[in-house]
Design a protein around this ligand. Structure first.
Ligand code: GLP
Length: 251
């Protein structure tokens, strides 16, 4: 794992966008795996800026989002489909038909999940997967559990995740209890992974991901086995780790 520690959230976004834009320039028809949440917002802002000011071309790019809440329409303001439109997809020259997000309103969850995996595989897999991390170590909505799940699947959200994500909803009761998430296979098969984390609330999860045992109770720990992963964090997200001491000692 390559770890890049930068000053703040804005710098994390710039660095992640730099790696994503490099992929787009290198392979204009690349498949990007994308994430939602607060953390990637600065990354998406920077990609939009690059599109507007530097001509970064999304016309051949395809995107596959990690996850979606079950039960929310695509036009629900808290759905991940809405989020992606708001922050990136409607602001760049990507073709709508090249953007993919699991359908949270499906009546056949199993079929939707297997079709999603097949679509990613048929397109040759992901060239680059952007990830955030939950404070309990989840990636996408792969929650801590007894085993790593390979396929796209339905998941019951943990109380911790429901509580963490309630900040986006009017009250905790409004947070959907289930979601569809891509599994560890499409993530681990991505040619390159960029994981971003900011803030003190992620420090324990980041530490467990970097140094902990590889266990399904910390889904992100599996990323230690990926050969091409770059972790981009701000100082707060590294707080308390031995890596932070060595990185900051030059200051
Ligand atoms: C959400 C998403 C994840 C995201 C994580 C952290 O529940 N499913 O993909 O990485 O939680 O979100 P945030 O960046 O808002 O802290």
């Amino acid at each position: 794992m390559k770890v890049i520690c930068v000053e703040n959230e804005a710098a994390v976004g710039k660095e992640a966008a730099r790696l994503i834009s490099a992929m787009i320039r290198l392979k204009p028809d690349c498949n990007l795996g994308l994430a939602t949440g607060t953390t990637p917002m600065t990354t998406y802002n920077e990609l939009v800026r690059m599109y507007k000011e530097e001509g970064l071309d999304f016309s051949k790019v395809s995107t596959f989002n990690l996850d979606e809440y079950i039960g929310l329409d695509a036009d629900h303001p808290q759905s991940y489909a809405y989020f992606m439109d708001e922050h990136l997809l409607s602001k760049v020259n990507i073709k709508k038909e090249n953007t993919h997000i699991p359908n949270g309103k499906t009546l056949r969850v199993d079929r939707t999940c297997s079709a999603y995996d097949k679509k990613i595989e048929d397109r040759g897999g992901l060239d680059l997967q952007l990830l955030g991390i939950g404070r309990n170590g989840h990636i996408g909505f792969n929650e801590p559990g007894d085993k790593f799940v390979a396929e796209t699947h339905q998941i019951n959200l943990t109380d911790d995740t429901i509580e963490a994500n309630s900040r986006f909803f009017e009250c905790e009761e409004d947070v959907p209890r289930t979601a569809i998430t891509t599994g560890m296979r499409s993530i681990m098969h991505a040619g390159r992974i960029v994981l971003i984390a900011t803030g003190e609330s992620k420090a324990d999860a980041v530490h467990a991901m970097l140094y902990g045992e590889i266990i399904p109770q910390v889904p992100a720990s599996l990323l230690q086995l990926h050969p091409e992963i770059t972790v981009i964090v701000d100082r707060a997200a590294l707080a308390g780790s031995s890596l932070a001491d060595s990185l900051f000692s030059a200051d």
